[in-house]
Design a protein around this ligand. Structure first.
Ligand SMILES: *[C@@H]1O[C@H](CO)[C@@H](O)[C@H](O)[C@H]1NC(C)=O
Ligand SMILES: *[C@@H]1O[C@H](CO)[C@@H](O)[C@H](O)[C@H]1NC(C)=O
Ligand SMILES: *[C@@H]1O[C@H](CO)[C@@H](O)[C@H](O)[C@H]1NC(C)=O
Ligand SMILES: *[C@@H]1O[C@H](CO)[C@@H](O)[C@H](O)[C@H]1NC(C)=O
Ligand SMILES: *[C@@H]1O[C@H](CO)[C@@H](O)[C@H](O)[C@H]1NC(C)=O
Length: 439
């Protein structure tokens, strides 16, 4: 798909627009003091839905629409945000790459899921490299997303021995999913994410958006995937090395019904390019979704909670951002950096990680890792990317372009093992992701 790159004009005077800010914050103070306090830890508080009221401001109101021209492009104006928590000591401050890399020293972070895991992941990688952070437009995600280059998994190394991997894993159990979805993350038999990460490492996982009727997917398929994955993860904890796992909410989608599924969305998507249909992403707050988290999160959350898995909440804060999409027909994928929700979400994630480390919810680094840092970094890299049989890369089906017309048979064919990794993609991955330790 070709996007017109919009001209981004800096206004002489910045006009701040307050978007749909409906505060639902209530103070527990009794009136005699403005101090907000809570008996919950920050780790608990930051997971509370009621604490996700983010106040957004856009730089220039008029930059958000294209003035009714035929172009499909939106223009991704820059955003500013404030995230006030119930308890001021848990306040989410702006994202600071150095402080993140210091907090996360020696650890690996894997974003697992679909494009709405991969995009923020790429955004974080770009931000930490110091590039792309302020780039306003569509360029980075589509050009550097490993999926678009034909592979499903790629890690990058950062200061302080931090590895960050963007991985299309366990993102769909829909019957007519187009791609191998690598749904066997933690299965005791050949689970692709077994013995490649330590409990001090973090996997942030999400699935949902691929379970649409378009791919013959149902909410039940999604719930099954969540339940089975978490159940495997729990069982395998005592048998193998598994990472700490957090769930990340699905972002808000700004289609007419609040999610992509209806025939009209599919039609609109197919024909909008050619016909002068009404194109817009919808202000879904009009659907009274203020206190809802959408069909996917609502189905997943009870299961996630039943396994005691922490939740990174991004849905509510993304509800007002219906104009922060790349264009007016794809109302799912957001603009990058400070031009969409991800800048805030990196900050929220950092705060949650800090709170988890402080409160013992993210285990300390294993002794050998802190002692033999450089050796260990190579070892960690190999287990994720390079080892010909033991690495996550080797165990998964890595070719994004090998489209399937039906549900991947891997789950049912568990006893037969996984399909062999496709060498062509591995070679490709070296080209794309060769910037790791070996270069
Ligand atoms: C209100 O809170 C303050 C400090 O938190 C406390 O000293 C005071 O007794 C409280 N007053 C009432 C009426 O609960
Ligand atoms: C935005 O557009 C409106 C209507 O065209 C105009 O009145 C207003 O001055 C514009 N604001 C800015 C900051 O350009
Ligand atoms: C767009 O992406 C390419 C490849 O990642 C990069 O080389 C180029 O500098 C980017 N352009 C802009 C304007 O960000
Ligand atoms: C999750 O799986 C277990 C057994 O594996 C089953 O008992 C339970 O009902 C499932 N829960 C949901 C919500 O599907
Ligand atoms: C959302 O919840 C808040 C607090 O419970 C309530 O005041 C508000 O009316 C609710 N909004 C909707 C649309 O139900």
């Amino acid at each position: 798909m070709k996007y017109q790159r919009p001209v981004f004009l800096l206004p002489l005077a910045l006009v701040f627009l307050l978007i749909d800010w409906n505060t639902s914050t209530t103070s527990v103070s009794n009136g005699s003091s403005s101090e907000k306090t809570s008996s919950l830890s920050c780790f608990e508080q930051l997971q509370g839905a009621e604490n996700q009221g983010v106040q957004w401001q856009t730089e220039n109101e008029n930059a958000t629409s294209n003035g009714g021209k035929k172009s499909l492009a939106y223009s991704c104006p820059k955003l500013y945000w404030e995230h006030d928590t119930h308890d001021s000591t848990c306040q989410v401050n702006s994202f600071d790459p150095r402080s993140f890399l210091s907090t996360f020293r020696g650890r690996t972070l894997v974003f697992a899921g679909d494009s709405l895991s991969a995009h923020p992941c790429k955004d974080l990688q770009d931000t930490l490299k110091g590039s792309g952070y302020d780039s306003s437009q569509v360029n980075t995600s589509y050009s550097s997303d490993p999926f678009r280059k034909g592979i499903l998994h790629g890690c990058q190394e950062f200061e302080n021995g931090v590895l960050i991997c963007c991985s299309w894993l366990a993102f769909s159990n829909a019957k007519k999913e187009r791609y191998w979805a690598n749904i066997k993350l933690f299965s005791a038999i050949n689970g692709i994410a077994l013995n490649v990460l330590d409990p001090s490492d973090l996997m942030i996982w999400n699935t949902g958006l691929h379970h649409t009727s378009h791919y013959s997917g149902t909410i039940g398929d999604m719930t099954w995937l969540v339940n089975n994955t978490l159940s495997d993860w729990k069982t395998s904890k005592s048998l193998a090395s598994v990472p700490t796992l957090w769930w990340k909410e699905c972002y808000a989608q700004h289609f007419k019904n609040g999610h992509w599924d209806s025939w009209s969305d599919v039609q609109r998507y197919k024909t909008a390019k050619y016909k002068n249909l009404k194109r817009q992403c919808y202000d879904i707050s009009k659907l009274s979704v203020e206190n809802e988290t959408g069909i996917y999160n609502e189905a997943a959350e009870p299961v996630v909670r039943s396994f005691g898995v922490p939740i990174l909440r991004v849905h509510k804060a993304s509800i007002p951002l219906h104009r922060q999409h790349f264009n007016a027909i794809d109302c799912t994928h957001f603009c990058l950096g400070k031009h969409g929700p991800y800048d805030h979400d990196h900050a929220l994630m950092t705060k949650l990680i800090e709170a988890a480390i402080a409160g013992g919810n993210l285990p300390a680094l294993p002794k050998e890792r802190s002692e033999k840092n450089q050796f260990d970094l190579q070892h960690r890299w190999d287990l994720l990317m390079e080892h010909p049989t033991d690495s996550l890369m080797a165990k998964m089906d890595v070719c994004a372009k090998s489209k399937k017309s039906k549900r991947p048979p891997s789950w049912k064919a568990e006893k037969d093992g996984l399909p062999p990794p496709l060498k062509k993609c591995l070679r490709h991955s070296e080209k794309v992701h060769g910037g790791g330790l070996k270069s």
